[in-house]
Design a protein around this ligand. Structure first.
Ligand SMILES: NC(=O)c1ccc[n+]([C@@H]2O[C@H](COP(=O)([O-])OP(=O)(O)OC[C@H]3O[C@@H](n4cnc5c(N)ncnc54)[C@H](OP(=O)(O)O)[C@@H]3O)[C@@H](O)[C@H]2O)c1
Length: 293
């Protein structure tokens, strides 16, 4: 299933995420994903595994043009020249000559002028054909508005925290209004259950309403959540390093949720995020240096 971006480029709706995938497991995870049919990988400079993603793609034997590669510029590389150079680092590690989608990892709310300069570098990379599409991540409507006022190219994608417990309908609406495709991170709610991210979180994977829909279709909660994204027109990039779960998360094209089931999942939204608030300045993030290729 392909989605058309606002510049005409097509992107497979479902991709493999690799946040927290240890480098030594990433090559195999990417290879497995490509074997079971994924054609889209979402990585980031900050994940420290772009090199292994590139290796997994090469080992698959697929043509470069058959795999959609998405990666992200980290905040410490924001600024015009810095972000142009972030492209050099990314393609050097991935071992490719062109990126399919390059996005800003998050707004830097206290240094928005640097965020804008970084985006202008993405516009240059796009004009030069070094990337096929550009976008943003974790942009709230006010960040998007500020960016649109200061730049020329409307982002193709906004990648945000989005699962049944936090659907961010206001962000989805702002994205849609401007022709920006919303892409869900933690699409099966990883941020609500992966360890070390705070106690007392409510695990969306164990939600009884989702379990009921899953049971009705003979599917798993993860598959139901991915169907919910796809049927509502979003891109989703579930992460796994486990071969069975990588395959499970791609086996979502043979069933359909009803309007009532979609509405039941929509009704689970708590309005409370589990991940970091993009509007809070986090100066410590600028201390993380992205290594050269
Ligand atoms: N832009 C951003 O700021 C941002 C932030 C977070 C994530 N992301 C991107 O979005 C991707 C996905 O988000 P995420 O990794 O946070 O969460 P996720 O994909 O919703 O969930 C991943 C977690 O679920 C487990 N899992 C995977 N498939 C499963 C299944 N079928 N049944 C049960 N458990 C399953 C994984 O463990 P196993 O590996 O052991 O299967 C992992 O702990 C990331 O990898 C990254 O590419 C972007």
């Amino acid at each position: 299933m392909e989605l058309k971006l606002n510049n005409g480029v097509t992107m497979p709706a479902l991709g493999l995420g690799v946040f927290q995938s240890p480098p030594e497991e990433t090559t195999a995870a990417v290879q497995t994903a490509l074997e079971v049919g994924y054609r889209h990988i979402d990585t980031a400079a900050a994940y420290g595994n772009e090199r292994e993603v590139g290796e997994g793609i090469r080992r698959s034997g697929l043509d470069r043009g058959d795999v959609f590669i998405e990666t992200k510029v980290w905040v410490s590389d924001y600024g015009y020249d810095e972000s142009l150079h972030a492209w050099d680092k990314a393609v050097g590690k991935l071992g490719v000559e062109q990126l399919d989608l390059l996005i800003l990892h998050q707004p830097a709310p206290d240094r928005f002028e640097k965020t804008v300069a970084a985006y202008k570098a993405l516009e240059t990379l796009l004009a030069d054909g070094r990337v096929r599409a550009i976008g943003v991540s974790n942009f709230m409507p006010q960040h998007l508005k500020q960016l649109l006022e200061a730049t020329d190219v409307v982002p193709a994608v906004n990648q945000i925290e989005l699962h049944p417990y936090f659907a961010q309908r206001n962000v989805q609406a702002a994205d849609a209004e401007h022709g920006v495709l919303t892409q869900a991170w933690s699409p099966i709610g990883g941020i609500t259950f992966y360890p070390g991210w705070g106690e007392n979180r409510k695990n969306v994977m164990r939600d009884p309403a989702i379990a009921a829909v899953a049971k009705a279709h003979g599917k798993t909660p993860a598959q139901v959540m991915l169907r919910w994204h796809l049927q509502q027109g979003r891109s989703a990039i579930p992460k796994s390093t486990n071969p069975a779960r990588i395959a499970e998360n791609f086996d979502v094209f043979g069933f359909e949720l009803s309007a009532a089931e979609l509405a039941a999942i929509d009704a689970l939204d708590t309005g409370v995020r589990s991940g970091p608030d993009p509007d809070v300045a986090r100066p410590e993030r600028f201390a993380m240096v992205i290594p050269e290729a």
